[in-house]
Design a protein around this ligand. Structure first.
Ligand code: GTP
Ligand code: MG
Length: 581
C-alpha cells in the first residue's frame, strides 16, 4: 500500500479530487458538508491502474487548520499538491509548500484542478516557479467534469513507484491521528505507519505505557500483520483514549525526550536563525508541542519541548510561530535532530563548545558516540534505531578517538599512581575508574593494554608491578636464593638490599617473594620444593633431619615446617615428628 497526502489552499478542490479518484467521501463530518470545508483529516483509498493500492490523507486548506494539515502530512512521504486553475497561487499554497520543504518532503505531484473554470496556464506557471520541493510532474484536471483524471491516476502510479521502500524491520512509530472507542472492543487508534511492521499480539509502548495489539485493520480489512507504508487502525487492549499526536512505538527503540539539540534549516522568507522567536510550536508526525528555544550558536539550537516525544537522531521537526497568526506564512524552519540526550550546559562557554562539537554532527551512531564519548547499546539503539559498529566491551560503545584518549590517560594515571604509591602493587581498578570519571569498572579493565597489565583488580605499570629499586633488590635476592633456596636472608642482609618490611610486603603481594613468617622470606614455590625434598626422608622425620635435608638453619627450618603444616603439605605426628602428606 502507498499513502499520499493532499496539500493546497482552501477550496481549491482537494477533497473533490479525492472523491473523484476513490469514490469515497473524505469529508465525513456533517459540519464539513454543511460548510463545504474540510476541518478534519479525511481518509479514502483506491486501486491505481498498475494494481497498486493508494490511500489518501486529505487535509484541510483553511489557514485556521494548519495544525491539522501538518498532522496529516507529517508521517506521509508523498504529496498531491492541488492548485485551482481559476485562483492560482494563494497564501496557503505558499504556506503548505514551505511546510513541505521544512519537513523534507521530496515526492510531490502538482495537480492544477478546476480547469473547467479557467485556463490553467497562469496557475500552472505560478505553481511551477513556487513549488520548491521536488515536483515529479504536473497534471491538469477537473474534479467536476473528470477531465484529466485518467492521466492523474497514471501520474500517481509513477509518483508512488518512485518512493523509497521503507524497512519492514525498522522500529515502529505510529503517530496517532484519530482515536475512538468501539463498544465491545475497546480503543482503536489510526495513523499512517511509515516503516516497520505491526502484528496482532505485539506489545507496543504508548507514552511509556505498555499496550497490546488486539486486532489490526488496513483500509478496513482485518489483517494479522501490516508493514509500512500503510494506513492502519490498531485495536488496543488496556488503554484509555489517547489524543492525536501520541505515538505507538516499539519498546526500547526510541528515546522519549523533552530536550533536543537541532540544526535549523530556515524555509520560505525566514532566513535569520538569530531572529527565531523564543517560543515556537514543534510539529512531528501528528504531534504538535510547544517549545522554548535556546541559541547555541550558528544554526544550532536547543529546544525544550512541553512534553517528551519519542525521537531518533535525524528526525525533522517543523517549527512554526504561533504568534504570527495573521502573517501569510507561519512555518519558519525545519529542525533536524542531532542529539536526543543533550548534556547540561551550565558552565560559562559550555554552549559555544557544545555547538562546535555539534557543528559536524550527523544523524548516526558514529556521530552520537562522537558527542557522548561512551554509550550503552540500549541507549545507542534508543537514540538512533541501531547500534552501529562493535562494542568496546560488554554492551559499551565508544567513540574511537575518545577511547584512544582514555587509554592514554589511563597509562598516565596508573604511572602517576605507581610513583605516588611505590609500595602498592598497582592502581586499584576502582581508583582508576574514579580518576577517569568512567561509569563502569569494566571499561577500565578493557582499557588496560601493554605495557599496562591487570592482576587481581589492580593495574600494574610494568611486568613486575614493583617500583624499580624494589624490583632490583628482589632480583639480587633471587640470585642469592637460587644457590641455597632455603637459606633465608638475615635481617641485616635485607636491610643492606633496602628491603624493609614495607618493601618486602610489596614484593610478597606482587608474588615475587614468599613470606614464611616475620623476617623470613624465600622465593615463591620454596614451600612446595621443601615438601618435595622432605618427602625423600624416612617418615616421620624430626626438625633437625629436615634442617639438614634442606641445608638451612633452625631459624628458618622451624617456621618453614610450621608454614608447611599450615599449608597442608606436612603434618605433626607427635611432639618431635612430622610426616609428609
Ligand atoms: N467547477 C469546478 N468546481 C470544483 C472543482 N473542484 C472542486 N470544485 C468546487 O470547489 C469547492 C471546493 O472544493 P473542495 O474539494 O471542497 O476544496 P478543498 O480543497 O477540499 O477545500 P478545503 O478542504 O476546505 O481546503 C467546492 O464547491 C467544489 O464543488 C472543479 O474541478 N471544477
Ligand atoms: Mg477539502
Amino acid at each position: 500500500m502507498y499513502v499520499v497526502a493532499t496539500a493546497g489552499h482552501v477550496d481549491h478542490g482537494k477533497s473533490t479530487l479525492v472523491r473523484a479518484l476513490t469514490g469515497m467521501e473524505p469529508d465525513r463530518l456533517a459540519e464539513e458538508r454543511r460548510r463545504g470545508l474540510t476541518i478534519e483529516l479525511g481518509y479514502a483509498w483506491t486501486t491505481l491502474p498498475s494494481g497498486r493500492r493508494l490511500a489518501f490523507v486529505d487535509v484541510p486548506g483553511h489557514e485556521r487548520f494548519l495544525g491539522t494539515m501538518l498532522a496529516g502530512v507529517g508521517p506521509v512521504p508523498a504529496v498531491m499538491f492541488v492548485v485551482a486553475a481559476d485562483e492560482g497561487w494563494m497564501p496557503q499554497s505558499e504556506e503548505h509548500v514551505v511546510a513541505l520543504e521544512a519537513l523534507g518532503v521530496r515526492h510531490c505531484l502538482l495537480v492544477v484542478t478546476r480547469a473547467d473554470l479557467a485556463d490553467p496556464g497562469t496557475a500552472l506557471e505560478q505553481a511551477r516557479t513556487r513549488l520548491t520541493v521536488g515536483v515529479l510532474e504536473a497534471v491538469v484536471v477537473s474534479g467536476r467534469t473528470g477531465q484529466g483524471l485518467g492521466e492523474l491516476r497514471e501520474a500517481l502510479d509513477r509518483l508512488v513507484a518512485g518512493l523509497p521502500a521503507p524497512d519492514p524491520e525498522a522500529p515502529v512509530r505510529l503517530w496517532i491521528d484519530r482515536a475512538f472507542s468501539v463498544t465491545g472492543s475497546g480503543t482503536v487508534v489510526t495513523g499512517t505507519l511509515s516503516a516497520g511492521t505491526i502484528s496482532v499480539g505485539d506489545e507496543l509502548a504508548l507514552g511509556g505505557e505498555s499496550v497490546r495489539v488486539r486486532a489490526l485493520e488496513a483500509l478496513k480489512e482485518p489483517l494479522s500483520s501490516v508493514a509500512g507504508v500503510a494506513r492502519v487502525a490498531v485495536n488496543l487492549r488496556g488503554h484509555g483514549l489517547p489524543e492525536r499526536g501520541r505515538a505507538l512505538v516499539t519498546p526500547g527503540r526510541w528515546t522519549y525526550t523533552d530536550l533536543v539539540d537541532v540544526r535549523i534549516s530556515p524555509v520560505g522568507d525566514f532566513r535569520d536563525v538569530r531572529r527565531l522567536p523564543r517560543r515556537l510550536i514543534a510539529h512531528i508526525g501528528s504531534a504538535a508541542v510547544g517549545c522554548e528555544v535556546r541559541m547555541l550558536g550558528g544554526r544550532l539550537v536547543r529546544l525544550r519541548l512541553a512534553r517528551p516525544l519519542p525521537l531518533h537522531l535525524g528526525d525533522v521537526l517543523l517549527l512554526r510561530d504561533p504568534g504570527r497568526d495573521r502573517a501569510e506564512v507561519r512555518v519558519l524552519a525545519g529542525a533536524s535532530v542531532l542529539d536526543v540526550r543533550p548534556p547540561a550546559l551550565d558552565r560559562r562557554g559550555a554552549a559555544r563548545e557544545h555547538a562546535a562539537l555539534l557543528e559536524s554532527a550527523a544523524p548516526n551512531a558514529a556521530s552520537a558516540l562522537h558527542i557522548h564519548g561512551l554509550l550503552r547499546a540500549a541507549d545507542l539503539i534508543a537514540m538512533t534505531g541501531t547500534s552501529g559498529a562493535g562494542p568496546v566491551c560488554g554492551d559499551w560503545y565508544a567513540d574511537p578517538e575518545h577511547w584512544a584518549e582514555l587509554a592514554e590517560r589511563l597509562t598516565a594515571t596508573a604511572r602517576r599512581y605507581a610513583v605516588e604509591h611505590p609500595l602498592e602493587t598497582g592502581m586499584p581498578l576502582e581508583a582508576a575508574r574514579h580518576e577517569l570519571g568512567l561509569p563502569d569498572r569494566q571499561l577500565v579493565a578493557a582499557l588496560v593494554r601493554p605495557p599496562l597489565t591487570l592482576a587481581e583488580g589492580r593495574i600494574m605499570t610494568g611486568p613486575s608491578g614493583l617500583p624499580a629499586p624494589v624490583a632490583r633488590a628482589v632480583e639480587r635476592l633471587r640470585v642469592e636464593l637460587s644457590a641455597h633456596p632455603f637459606q633465608a636472608p638475615e635481617a641485616g642482609r635485607l636491610a643492606e638490599l633496602g628491603l624493609g618490611s614495607r618493601e618486602v610486603a610489596a614484593a610478597v603481594r606482587a608474588g615475587r617473594l614468599l613470606r614464611v613468617t616475620d623476617g623470613i622470606v624465600l622465593l615463591p614455590g620454596a614451600d612446595a620444593r621443601a615438601a618435595e625434598v622432605l618427602s625423600h626422608l624416612p617418615q616421620p622425620f624430626t626438625v633437625s633431619q629436615a634442617r639438614r635435608a634442606l641445608d638451612t638453619s633452625r631459624r628458618v627450618a622451624v617456621p618453614l615446617l610450621e608454614h608447611l603444616d599450615r599449608s597442608g603439605l606436612t603434618r605433626r605426628v607427635d611432639e618431635v615428628h612430622r610426616r609428609c602428606l
